[in-house]
Design a protein. Structure first.
Lengths: 270, 286
C-alpha cells in the first residue's frame, strides 16, 4: 500500500530548463485545452497517430523520462482496462466471437483500442502540464486566466491559493501516511492481507490520525503565513511576473495548427 | 538604557477561552519584559510555561487580554497597523514543514515580499540575498520536501529574512532537527545577531540559551528569572525545581563544587570550563 502511495505522481513537478518548462503557464494551460479538444475530436487511427506524434514530440522536448510518464498512468490501469473491455463488448458490428450473452465485434476491438489510447494520451498530456510547470506558476497562470471571473465575485485568488497549498502538501501528507502505517504495522496492523473490505477497514485507523495531523498542520501553516504578512490577494506582487514571449506565441500557433489538422482530418472522415 | 526598545511587553495577561467549568487558567500572568534592539534574548521554560504564547504576542498573532505589547513603538492591538507590525517582527516556528508554502524553495522565500507588494526586481534581489545568508542558494530550484529538516528550517528562516525584519522571534526552531541541522540553525542565529538583528529565541535547550546575552526564565505564565546567562545559570537548584536543567558544563562545575572543589559557577561554555579546570589543577600542583 505504501508503495502505491509513492506512485502517485499527480501534481508533482520535475524542475528543468527546457523550452516546455520555460513556456508561460497560461500558454501551457491553453495548449492543454487545445490538446484535449483535439483528442476528443480524433475519429480514426490516423488522427490518433497524429496526436501520438504530437504528444511524443512534446515529451521529447521536455526531457521528462518516459518511465515517469508510464508510472503516472499505472494507478489508472484498472479504469482503463474496464473502459477497453466494455467498449469491446458493447459496440455493435461484425461478430468475431460469442459466448453465453457476450459477443466481441471487430468494431468493438478497434473502438476499445482507440478509447484506451485516448485515455492514456489524455492522462499523459495533462500530466505534462504539471510535470513541467511548478505549482505556483500553474496557479499563477490559472489566476491570471480566471481573473475576469473576479467581476462576478468569484474568489479567484483564494481558490488558486488553496490549490497551490494542496499541491504543496501532497508529498508531505503521503510521507505522513507512510509513517502512520509503519507505526501501526509495528503494533501488528495488517494492510496487505484480507479482501477489499478488510483492507478498507484497516485503512480507517490510518485516516483518523492523518486528518487530525492535517488539521494541525493547516493551523500552523495559517499562523506562519500570517506571520509573513499574508493578507489575501490585494496588493500582492510576484517573484515571477507572467509575460508572454515569442516562444509562447509560437507554441500557441502550433497548438492551433494541431487542432486545425485534427478538424480537417475529421471533416475527411479520418 | 540608551538602546531603543524593540519589543515591550507590559503587564500582559492572556488566557485561552475554555468552555469547561469556567476555570480560567492564565497562560500569561502579568508578564513585563522589554527587549532591546540588537540584543539576543533567550526565553526558557518547560512545556506549558507560556513561552510560546508570549512569542505569539510579539507580532500580534495573539492579542493580550490585559496589558499591552508594543513592537517598535506600535501597539499590537491597533488593527490598522497589523502588517506594519508583522513586517519588522519575523517569526520562525518549530516545524519547518508547516511553514513552507510553496513547492519550490525560491518561490517560498518570495512569499513574504510578495505579500508586502514589493516590486518584482527587488523581490528577486531579496530572495537571492536571503538564500545566500542561510547557505541555501544552490537549492533555490529544489522542492522543499526533498530537503533535510535542517535545510528546510534554513529555507523557512530565509523566508522570514526576505521581509527584512528588524527582529526575529524563533519559537523552538531546533526542536525537530538533528544535531547537524541544529548547529546550522544556531550558526545562522549568531550571524543575525552580529548583523544587528534583534533575536528572541524560545528554547528548552540550555546550551542554546547559553549563547544569548540575556536569559528570561518562565514558569506558569510568569517571568521568574531574568539576567545574563552566567548569572541565571548559577541558580542551579532553582532551575531544577522549575523542571529545567543547566548547560552540561555548568552541571559539571556544580557537581564538583558539591564535592568541595572551589570552581566558579559562572564559567560558561566548554572552553571556559576547561580553562577553569586546568587552572584549578595547575594551581593545586603549583
Amino acid at each position: 500500500m505504501a508503495a502505491v502511495l509513492k506512485d502517485i505522481t499527480l501534481g508533482q513537478y520535475f524542475p528543468g530548463n527546457t523550452v516546455v518548462h520555460r513556456l508561460d503557464p497560461r500558454t501551457k494551460i491553453i495548449m492543454v485545452v487545445f490538446y484535449i479538444i483535439s483528442l476528443f475530436s480524433a475519429k480514426t487511427y490516423v488522427s490518433y497517430c497524429f496526436m501520438a506524434i504530437v504528444l511524443f514530440t512534446v515529451i521529447k522536448l521536455s526531457k521528462i523520462p518516459g518511465k515517469t510518464l508510464i508510472k503516472s498512468v499505472k494507478p489508472l490501469v484498472i479504469f482503463i482496462g474496464i473502459t477497453g473491455v466494455l467498449n469491446m463488448f458493447y459496440t455493435p458490428g461484425q461478430e468475431l466471437l460469442r459466448f453465453w450473452i457476450f459477443k466481441i465485434t471487430k468494431e468493438g476491438i478497434i473502438k476499445g483500442i482507440l478509447m484506451v489510447s485516448r485515455i492514456i494520451m489524455l492522462v499523459m498530456g495533462t500530466f505534462m502540464l504539471t510535470y513541467t510547470t511548478s505549482p505556483i506558476m500553474l496557479t499563477d497562470g490559472l489566476e491570471s486566466l480566471l481573473a475576469p471571473l473576479k467581476v462576478i465575485k468569484v474568489p479567484v485568488h483564494e481558490l488558486t491559493m488553496i490549490m497551490s497549498i494542496a499541491l504543496r502538501f501532497v508529498p508531505t501528507l503521503i510521507e505522513e501516511t507512510e509513517k502512520i502505517m509503519n507505526a501501526q504495522k509495528a503494533r501488528g496492523a495488517e494492510f496487505d492481507t484480507g479482501g477489499l473490505i478488510a483492507k478498507a477497514k484497516a485503512l480507517l485507523p490510518v485516516l483518523v490520525p492523518l486528518f487530525i495531523s492535517a488539521f494541525r498542520r493547516a493551523d500552523e501553516l495559517a499562523v506562519a503565513m500570517e506571520s509573513r504578512c499574508y493578507h489575501g490577494g490585494e496588493g500582492r506582487t510576484k517573484l515571477k511576473r507572467l509575460k508572454l514571449m515569442a516562444r509562447d506565441y509560437g507554441a500557441l500557433c502550433c497548438g492551433v495548427l494541431v487542432m486545425t489538422t485534427i478538424f480537417v482530418l475529421r471533416s475527411r472522415g479520418l | 538604557m540608551k538602546n531603543n526598545i524593540a519589543i515591550k511587553v507590559d503587564n500582559v495577561t492572556y488566557f485561552y477561552n475554555s468552555s469547561e467549568q469556567n476555570v480560567i487558567n492564565d497562560v500569561l500572568d502579568c508578564v513585563t519584559l522589554s527587549v532591546e534592539e540588537g540584543s539576543f534574548t533567550a526565553v526558557l521554560g518547560h512545556n506549558g510555561s507560556g513561552k510560546s504564547t508570549l512569542a505569539k504576542h510579539m507580532n500580534a498573532l495573539l492579542l493580550p487580554k490585559g496589558g499591552s505589547v508594543t513592537a517598535f513603538g506600535m501597539d499590537t492591538r491597533d488593527e490598522g497597523l497589523l502588517i506594519e507590525i508583522r513586517r519588522p517582527v519575523g517569526m520562525v516556528f518549530q516545524n519547518p514543514d508547516n511553514q513552507i508554502v510553496s513547492n519550490v524553495v525560491e518561490e517560498d522565500v518570495a512569499f513574504a515580499p510578495e505579500n508586502l507588494g514589493i516590486p518584482t526586481e527587488e523581490i528577486r534581489k531579496r530572495v537571492d540575498e536571503a538564500l545566500k545568508m542561510v547557505g541555501m542558494y544552490e537549492f533555490r530550484q529544489h522542492a522543499p520536501h526533498l530537503l533535510s529538516g535542517g535545510q528546510k528550517q534554513r529555507v523557512a528562516i530565509a523566508g522570514v529574512l526576505a521581509m527584512h525584519p528588524r527582529c526575529i522571534v524563533f519559537d523552538e526552531p531546533t526542536a525537530m532537527l538533528d544535531p547537524r541541522g541544529r548547529a546550522d540553525v544556531l550558526k545562522i542565529i549568531s550571524m543575525l545577531k552580529k548583523r544587528g538583528v534583534t533575536v528572541i529565541l524560545i528554547t528548552h535547550h540550555m546550551d542554546e540559551a547559553a549563547l544569548s546575552d540575556r536569559v528570561v526564565v518562565m514558569n506558569d505564565g510568569k517571568v521568574v528569572m531574568d539576567g545574563g546567562p552566567r548569572e541565571v545559570f548559577t541558580h542551579v537548584e532553582e532551575l531544577r525545581k522549575l523542571g529545567l536543567s543547566v548547560p552540561d558544563t555548568t552541571e559539571l562545575i556544580y557537581e564538583l563544587r558539591c564535592d568541595g572543589y572551589k570552581l566558579p559557577l559562572s564559567a560558561l561554555g566548554v572552553e571556559e570550563c576547561a580553562d577553569e579546570l586546568a587552572g584549578y589543577i595547575l594551581g593545586r600542583q603549583g
